[in-house]
Design a protein around this ligand. Structure first.
Ligand code: NAP
Length: 228
């Protein structure tokens, strides 16, 4: 029996087929073309029906760095994904209280969707490298196939050895994304220095950053990150 959750799209109506749902997890501070290309290529490679972009509420592992308010990160994610019918943006994590743990999200999605919906969690390979220290890693391994996006030249051996050596039943697919040469931190730095970020992210996101004064040195509305 499925447990209804607000903020999630409908999927799985036809019981005679399997649906493949990608969950694009990230802080998205801000979202950029590297994320969008990752989601599109993961959608194509893994034949995903839908990619749900899920900005983290209070991200785990972000102690010591201010994170832009969740509403701004969600608004930018919504703007960047609006034109692609296979993409959707979800408030699911930002509307939850407390620190965002991936296992909680995957559990809720598993309870929400019928069994014919298969879950794929997409994120950066650097994040996956740490997955064994995430809360309930063993359960994450059972709940979803992981898609780890790497930059060109990224050495996946370390991640493979760590994940395979864990003895947990992880199913990790690695995809190389040249556009991941762009990073959120690079965009934040450039904005802080008053430099252009055109062609690193969408015009709509660029406009939002400018209009709301995000990432400028004088912007004071950043909130502190939370403990893991
Ligand atoms: P991060 O440590 O900020 O990012 C690590 C690297 O991966 C960065 O280079 C980042 O580039 C890249 N990256 C992040 N999300 C990506 C995506 N969806 N596609 C491609 N590259 C991506 O990671 P994070 O954003 O905090 O966390 C990533 C996801 O893992 C989130 O959904 C988060 O909730 C989850 N997570 C869960 C736990 C836990 O359950 N304990 C702990 C940590 C993370 P950019 O900076 O350019 O994005």
């Amino acid at each position: 029996m499925s447990v209804r959750q607000p903020g999630l799209p409908e999927l799985g109506a036809d019981p005679s087929r399997t649906y493949r749902l990608g969950i694009m997890g990230g802080t998205f501070d801000p979202i950029h073309y590297g994320h969008l290309v990752t989601a599109e290529q993961a959608r194509e490679a893994l034949r995903l029906d839908l990619v749900l972009f899920m900005p983290a509420g209070q991200p785990a592992f972000k102690q010591g760095r201010g994170v832009t308010p969740a509403e701004d990160r969600y608004a930018m994610t919504l703007l960047a994904t609006a034109a692609n019918p296979a993409f959707d943006a979800s408030r699911f994590e930002i509307d939850r209280e407390g620190i965002t743990y991936t296992v909680d999200t995957l559990r809720a999605l598993r309870a929400h969707y019928p069994e014919n919906v298969r879950l794929f969690f997409i994120t950066g390979a650097d994040a996956i490298l740490d997955i064994l220290s995430w809360r309930n890693a063993a359960e994450i391994a059972r709940l979803a196939t992981l898609i780890a996006a790497t930059r060109p030249g990224y050495d996946i051996n370390q991640a493979c050895e760590r994940v395979e050596g864990s003895g947990l039943p992880f199913d990790v697919r690695y995809i190389e994304i040249p556009a991941l040469a762009v990073s959120s931190s690079y965009i934040r730095e450039r904005v802080a220095e008053g430099k252009s970020v055109r062609y690193l992210t969408s015009e709509s996101v660029m406009g939002y950053i400018k209009k709301n004064g995000l990432y400028r040195r004088d912007h004071q509305e950043r909130v502190e990150g939370a403990e893991v």
